[in-house]
Ligand binder design. Structure first.
Ligand SMILES: Nc1nc2c(ncn2[C@@H]2O[C@H](COP(=O)(O)OP(=O)(O)O)[C@@H](O)[C@H]2O)c(=O)[nH]1
Ligand SMILES: [Mg+2]
Length: 192
């Protein structure tokens, strides 16, 4: 453990982790992030941006940057620079939006091939959201349609969620937290 970490531990401070929350518009990203905030969370800190959307939320130890991946191709180069800073990705899918599943896959593939993501072992948590909707696809089906088994060089995990009720989110966050502590340890090992 580095000195700063020890110090931060003694002081009760937690290190901030930058999480990118991505997915098509209307998949449930804002709803999910709101749910993840502790009940005593600070006021919502949304940065309204004209023409494209970047939202930023902070909890005590997590800093989320949220953006909608569809319908804003011309602004893509403006938000791509956030990729470098991201230490974890939450990718949200509307499991009931079968028509746009192929668009979600295209956006995921573009993300995975981005130079700032491609060669990093960055953990990706998939939320197959809106499970409560009748006829929603199962998380197994979503996983097949997005070809997640092809992701070999990054740890990933998929959870079925209902963001309205908050179901499934905790399981995902526990997984992500595990991954983040493991990657911290790996980094420490590499340094020592
Ligand atoms: N039925 C259902 N609706 C959801 C769920 N999650 C989000 N929504 C609704 O989907 C719409 C889009 O959600 P929002 O969080 O704004 O999506 P964003 O564009 O990805 O940020 C809103 O009307 C939400 O209330 C869910 O799990 N189930
Ligand atoms: Mg939103």
């Amino acid at each position: 453990m580095g000195l700063f970490d020890k110090l931060a531990g003694w002081l009760g401070l937690k290190k901030e982790v930058n999480v990118l929350c991505l997915g098509l518009d209307n998949s449930g990203k804002t709803t999910i992030i709101n749910r993840l905030k502790p009940s005593n969370a600070q006021a919502q800190d949304i940065v309204p941006t004209i023409g494209f959307s970047i939202e930023k939320f902070k909890t005590s130890s997590l800093s989320f940057t949220v953006f909608d991946m569809s319908g804003q191709g011309r602004y893509r180069n403006l938000w791509e620079h956030y990729y470098k800073e991201g230490q974890a990705i939450i990718f949200v899918i509307d499991s009931a939006d079968k028509l746009r599943m192929v668009v979600a896959k295209e956006e995921l593939d573009t993300l995975l091939n981005h130079p700032d993501i491609k060669h990093r072992r960055i953990p990706i948590l998939f939320f197959a959201n809106k499970m409560d909707v009748r006829d929603a696809l199962s998380s197994v089906k979503v996983s097949q349609l997005l070809c997640l088994e092809n992701i070999k060089d990054k740890p990933w995990h998929i959870c079925a969620t209902d963001a309205l009720k908050g179901e499934g989110l905790q399981e995902g966050v526990d997984w992500l937290q595990d991954q983040m502590t493991q990657s911290n340890q790996n980094n420490q090992n590499m340094r020592s």
